[in-house]
Ligand binder design. Structure first.
Ligand code: FES
Length: 108
């Protein structure tokens, strides 16, 4: 039996076409903003919209190579893990996201 289980609630947040390729769409969850990213090859990732450096809006960054570059000071953040790459350290929270048909579901 799996002992860690807090069941996820999957919430529909729109369709794949609502998220621009190599861009993001923001979703509010309480006081948190979550950025849902779509890569050039249509993979989806969800991260808190807050850079681990100085809280820059990652949703406004450039998506490339499975990462997003923060628009404020160019830190590169992994879309999969939320971790800062290279010499920088820190991480932003990640959330599960999946497609059901063309509907994007965010797990919270
Ligand atoms: S706030 Fe993102 S790199 Fe500085």
């Amino acid at each position: 039996m799996n002992a860690q289980a807090t069941p996820l609630t999957w919430t529909a947040i729109g369709t794949l076409d609502d998220i621009p390729r190599q861009g993001a769409r923001c979703v509010r969850n309480g006081r948190m903003t979550i950025a849902v990213f779509r890569t050039a090859d249509d993979r989806l990732f969800a991260l808190e919209d807050r850079c681990p450096h100085r809280n820059g809006p990652l949703s406004q960054g450039i998506v490339h190579d499975g990462c997003v570059t923060c628009p404020l000071h160019n830190w590169v953040i992994s879309l999969e893990t939320g971790a800062a790459q290279g010499a920088d350290s820190g991480a932003t929270a990640t959330f599960p996201v999946r497609l059901e048909g063309t509907t994007v579901l965010l797990g919270l």
